[in-house]
Design a protein around this ligand. Structure first.
Ligand SMILES: *[C@@H]1O[C@H](CO)[C@@H](O)[C@H](O)[C@H]1NC(C)=O
Ligand SMILES: *[C@@H]1O[C@H](CO)[C@@H](O)[C@H](O)[C@H]1NC(C)=O
Length: 339
């Protein structure tokens, strides 16, 4: 009897502790219906996001309130990626017709066109910035070659570069701004550019693999392949899958080990469905999200636990802070806390 009571009390306590450690997603009031894929969190207070119909928003109070603005002249623009540097400076990317990059230096009141390309078939997918000055934008292949443009002046000017030849039907997902990373070089080089493709072929490109290396991830159709990559030290985690069957966990994630030679492996417990965005919170903790839910990993991406079945397109951690934000369709914005 006594032992049984202790056991029951112990069990209750264990459940409470287990519950307290569960990540909690709290929906914020974004007061819009726009589909959001661009998210950039400067610090725990300053959050920028962007989406369809030329909409851009900013919060200065950690997401309590968002101020939306439709950028005039871009009412049909789809701003799939945004990079914010502080409360005044941000860069937003419209995918096509026209493929443009706009910059604001006055907190989003006015936007200046800093890049435009009217080439037929031009489709921009994602941007990444290594710091406030050096950045890159990637676009789908033009004449079979992957499109890249670089900036070294914080996005004021861009230099185009058509690079590696892609395979037929190999392209990029403009799902979360997460499939390209510009980082300090690993072996003494100035910069290293790493990006992942999808479609008929899903490949990993880096200095070591300028022609791309096939990923052990689902591919072979327009809706499948790698959607996003995040890097921490000598490792990276890639997520994706097939958005046309977004609850399937088959080959939807790849672990990258950069030690010695770049090596790929697959997680033991993959994320629970197609995921369009992934972010390292610390050395071992990662969050991934997609249309079929949100997952967390505490062991560097080897095992994933489902946090929510709610749909989100993009997850970001504060660049200079600790808070984690999610955004998705119908103006959904949320904060994920880990008590
Ligand atoms: C999943 O990956 C394994 C190992 O890389 C491979 O043998 C299998 O054919 C893949 N399945 C699909 C559906 O892509
Ligand atoms: C990466 O590979 C090295 C050796 O090639 C190994 O020692 C190390 O444990 C691996 N790291 C992970 C995170 O698997």
């Amino acid at each position: 009897m006594y032992v049984k009571q202790i056991l029951i009390i112990g069990l209750c306590f264990w459940i409470l502790v287990a519950k307290a450690q569960q990540p909690v997603i709290t929906q914020l009031d974004s007061s819009t219906k726009t589909s959001i894929r661009g998210l950039s969190v400067v610090n725990d207070k300053i959050v920028w996001c962007s989406g369809t119909n030329g909409m851009v928003a900013k919060s200065l109070d950690g997401g309590k309130t968002f101020k939306w603005k439709q950028v005039s002249g871009y009412e049909k623009g789809d701003f799939r990626d945004i990079e914010a540097f502080d409360k005044d400076k941000a860069i937003v990317m419209a995918i096509d017709e026209p493929a443009v990059i706009l910059k604001t230096v006055d907190g989003g009141i006015t936007w200046k066109k800093v890049f435009e390309d009217t080439t037929k078939g031009m489709f921009l997918d994602a941007m990444d910035f290594k710091n406030d000055k050096e950045g890159v934008v990637v676009g789908d292949p033009i004449d079979g070659k992957i499109f890249l443009a670089y900036t070294i002046d914080g996005g004021n000017t861009w230099t185009k570069k058509l690079t590696t030849k892609a395979e037929k039907g190999e392209a990029f997902f403009a799902a979360s701004g997460g499939n390209i990373k510009l980082k300090a070089g690993r072996k003494g080089q100035k910069n290293e550019l790493i990006y992942v493709t999808g479609g008929t072929k899903s490949k990993f490109y880096s200095d070591e693999f300028p022609e791309g290396k096939l990923l052990p991830i689902v591919q072979g159709k327009e809706s499948a392949g790698a959607n996003a990559i995040d890097i921490w030290g000598d490792k990276a985690v890639i997520v994706g899958g097939d958005f046309s069957s977004d609850t399937s966990s088959t080959n939807n994630s790849v672990l990258v080990n950069f030690t010695d030679k770049t090596a790929f492996s697959q997680p033991t417990t993959p994320p629970h469905g197609y995921r369009s965005s992934v972010v390292f919170i610390d050395k071992n903790t990662l969050i991934a999200c997609g249309t079929s839910g949100v997952d967390i990993s505490y062991d560097g991406g080897l095992n994933w636990q489902l946090v929510s079945k709610k749909s989100y397109h993009v997850v970001q951690k504060a660049k200079h802070g600790s808070r984690i934000f999610l955004a998705g369709s119908k103006g959904k914005i949320a904060v994920l806390s880990r008590n």
